[in-house]
Design a protein around this ligand. Structure first.
Ligand SMILES: [Zn+2]
Length: 293
């Protein structure tokens, strides 16, 4: 049996060496937010999702699917909207303040990086805190939309069984009867959460900005992503192709393993504060940059 604790502390020390050299791009996934109470349905602690995720096609073409989505999402928002940044999010923000990060790219739609103090975050899949009109393109705050949904559905309360990371909840169809969807206040158009659905592509501008960041990085540090979907994995492939080193901090298996020079398989809420501590120590010992080997 290997001493997991010792192995972890050795690899965190090595990771601190890499991060201390600066120019690190962070790519984060659902595993960073599990300690904030948002389940990662692909990770080891997450229950497998029962239903299939909403697709853009179903949402725009099927009024019943749309009503079901909004009813579930309306309830799920209570969990996502109340979630608070955890030690991992705060550690990433601290690394940014220390000047060692050149960018943060996230696959998460919960806004917790920013709530934890980070800035300039590229949200690949959007953010659940906004709702957009598919006709006039206006952006509405989720809090305002929630108020309108509450108004249109007095007394709607159903029993939530489980919340998915995209803010959807498990709910019996019978409980959705009579739920009223609201449309755009200014043009009457269809409203959709400002997130990228399955069947939709990430806006090209976000993708190219992310590729530029990765291409100029010294290290790509993946946090809490199993890299199952290509939307995130392509950045790891690009980094590997260009000889940029890849570090992965993730609990459980990851598809990035063949490309990573360093993998830490441990809870992010423990690893990341320890990483910050070591990077800060290294900076104090060598103020001109670099962490002793
Ligand atoms: Zn509109």
């Amino acid at each position: 049996m290997r001493d997991h604790g010792e192995v972890t502390s050795k690899s965190v020390a090595e990771l601190a060496g890499w991060v201390g050299e600066g120019d690190v791009v962070v790519l984060s996934g659902a595993g960073l937010s599990t300690e904030s109470g948002i389940p990662d349905y692909r990770g080891p602690s997450g229950a497998a999702r029962r239903g299939t995720p909403m697709t853009y096609q179903a949402f725009t073409r099927d009024p019943v699917a749309r009503r079901r989505y909004w009813a579930r999402s309306h309830l799920g928002w209570r969990t996502i909207g109340d979630a608070r940044p955890n030690l991992g999010h705060r550690a990433v923000a601290r690394l940014q303040q220390l000047g060692v990060l050149s960018g943060i790219i996230t696959q998460n739609v919960d806004g917790l990086h920013q709530a934890g103090g980070a800035t300039g975050v590229i949200e690949l899949h959007g953010n659940l805190a906004h709702v957009t009109c598919l006709q006039c393109g206006c952006l509405i705050a989720r809090t305002e939309h929630t108020r309108r949904l509450d108004e249109a559905n007095p007394g709607f309360a159903a029993t939530v069984r489980a919340v998915n990371p995209d803010g959807d909840v498990e709910l019996d169809d019978a409980e959705l009867d009579g739920f009223a969807v609201v449309d755009c206040d200014s043009c009457g158009g269809m409203l959709k959460p400002d997130v990228v659905y399955f069947g939709e592509t990430v806006p090209a501008e976000r993708v190219s900005r992310s590729f530029e960041l990765v291409a100029s990085a010294r290290t790509l540090m993946v946090l809490g992503s199993s890299l199952t979907v290509m939307s995130g994995r392509r950045f790891v492939l690009r980094a590997a192709k260009e000889g940029i080193r890849v570090a992965i901090v993730n609990q459980g298996v990851t598809r990035g393993e063949p490309y990573a020079g360093l993998i830490v398989d441990a809870p992010l809420g423990e690893v990341l504060p320890e990483l910050v501590r070591r990077v800060e120590l290294g900076m104090r010992a060598h103020p001109l940059g670099g962490v002793p080997a």
